[in-house]
Design a protein around this ligand. Sequence first.
Ligand code: DUR
Ligand code: ZN
Length: 154
Amino acid sequence: MENCKEKTNGTKSVVDVDDNIIRELIYKSQEAKEFAYCPYSKFRVGAAILTPNGTIFTGCNVENACYNLGICAERVAISKAVSEGHRSFRAIAIASDLNEQIISPCGGCRQFMREFGTNWSVYLTKPDGSYLPMSVEELLPVSFGPGDLKGRKE
Ligand SMILES: O=c1ccn([C@H]2C[C@H](O)[C@@H](CO)O2)c(=O)[nH]1
Ligand SMILES: [Zn+2]
């Protein structure tokens, strides 16, 4: 993972984020993971999302005895940010306890990210801090988004 900082297959540019900020974002996603409420899956996930003004919001997964009501860490972080007035994002880091593989966001979270644009970064991390950067566009190509509703018939 050492050289994973380079985009793997991207031709589209994403917003550039300073290395130190990326480190901080990853660290905060790891801290948020500690708060994961996951008594059913016992799979802890944390997320930290960066706004254009530098504010960071964090989230963890929150499960429920009614299993299907559980929510992912990414959606918690995004919702916290949106509920405080943010609708534009530069990057989100995702952390889990998996040592042998990066944590990859579920399809629902990819769509949730896409709502706020395709040209921003997602850092898929491992506990040692290594990460694979991908854009929302790479994670969810040929996506359906807010613009697609514009031409609909009432
Ligand atoms: O990217 C991911 C993948 C999974 N989970 C959560 C959902 C559920 O609580 C647990 C197991 O799937 O992990 C996340 O929060 N984010
Ligand atoms: Zn998810």
